[in-house]
Design a protein around this ligand. Structure first.
Ligand code: URA
Length: 322
């Protein structure tokens, strides 16, 4: 058994050991950051990203009112905006110049009408799901990709009759690059199993393919710029039945003004491309984890979905000759 004072792992790593009171303060600060959704390390030093985005916002607003003069290419990053830095933290040298939000070349942009039209053209140019994923992986006009670790494209079987669409990936989905693999994904898997489905017989994706920092709701601009891609994804998968998981997904894709509690469980006839798809909104598994008493409504919806899939399945043949 080792003797003497236990070694301080922080000091051993070459850093100065913090006094216990400082450590508690530090841990409390980190707790606060996590609770506030600040859970992604982007840079070593802090700076005011709101101030940095103001000139870009003003430029975007000015360009939106003079669209014909705009000539940015579809996937272009905006020119770096000058930013006011924060006062340096004690112990840090003052920053010479503001730094971009991530190491790399991309700067946050506000999507304008032209960027949305460009996103639509890019999405339409995809002839296959592989093309669409490839185009999205190079698409730079959605700020969420700056903080996300992965592009979370889809999971499941693209040949499936049913497609489920959530809102946006969470932390675990971002880590693995696969939709619905965290706690709500595990519940979704159980709900699928309850009607005889799994990821070989269902296709699963999200409206927004990048995780919003801290799992915040995607902004209307972020949703709008991603919408052409999810619409194209629906066209390419061409499911017989579409299921919106939660109100945000239903609202983004149908424009329905009702809240999810009114909208759920009703069949909608959604126009898409040259055809129409039967669609239903149901309760999001994350909501069901918070309010388990509502699971009975989701169960009703899933039974409806099962019946719709059975109705569109080819009639079984008994093998008897005519
Ligand atoms: N919630 C969603 O809407 N999508 C996911 O992929 C995970 C959680």
């Amino acid at each position: 058994m080792a003797s003497g004072t236990p070694k301080d792992p922080i000091a051993e790593n070459g850093h100065t050991a913090a006094a216990p009171a400082d450590r508690r303060a530090l841990a409390a600060l980190l707790d606060f950051y996590l609770a506030a959704g600040v859970d992604t390390g982007i840079d070593e030093l802090s700076y005011d990203a709101f101030a940095a985005s103001e000139p870009a916002a003003a430029a975007a607003a000015a360009s939106a009112s003079s669209l014909p003069q705009m000539a940015d290419p579809p996937f272009a990053a905006a020119a770096p905006a000058p930013a006011a830095g924060r006062p340096p933290l004690p112990g840090h040298a003052p920053q010479a110049a503001p730094r971009p939000p991530v190491a790399g070349t991309h700067q946050a942009v506000l999507p304008d009408d032209e960027a949305i039209v460009a996103a639509r053209d890019a999405a339409h140019s995809a002839a296959t799901l592989g093309d669409l994923k490839d185009i999205l992986s190079r698409f730079e006009a959605c700020n969420l990709r700056l903080t996300a670790k992965s592009l979370v494209f889809a999971d499941g079987n693209p040949e499936a009759d049913v497609m489920f669409i959530g809102e946006a990936p969470g932390r675990e989905e971002d880590r693995q690059g696969v939709p619905f693999v965290g706690r709500s994904g595990q519940l979704l898997d159980r709900m699928l199993a309850a009607i005889g489905l799994d990821r070989t017989s269902a296709y699963i994706t999200n409206v927004v393919p990048w995780r919003p920092p801290g799992n915040r709701t995607p902004s209307p601009q972020e949703t709008e710029i991603c919408k052409p891609f999810i619409l194209r994804q629906i066209e390419l998968v061409a499911p017989k039945v579409l299921v919106f998981l939660g109100g945000a997904s239903a609202k983004a894709l149908t424009g329905a003004p009702e809240g999810i509690l009114r909208l759920r469980g009703k069949w909608l006839d959604m126009p898409l491309g040259s055809g129409r798809i039967r669609a239903m909104a149901t309760l999001h598994p994350a909501y069901l984890l918070r309010t388990p008493a509502q699971k009975r409504y989701a169960w009703r919806d899933f039974l409806e979905i099962r019946a719709a899939l059975d109705a569109c399945a080819p009639a079984p043949t008994d093998g008897a000759p005519d």
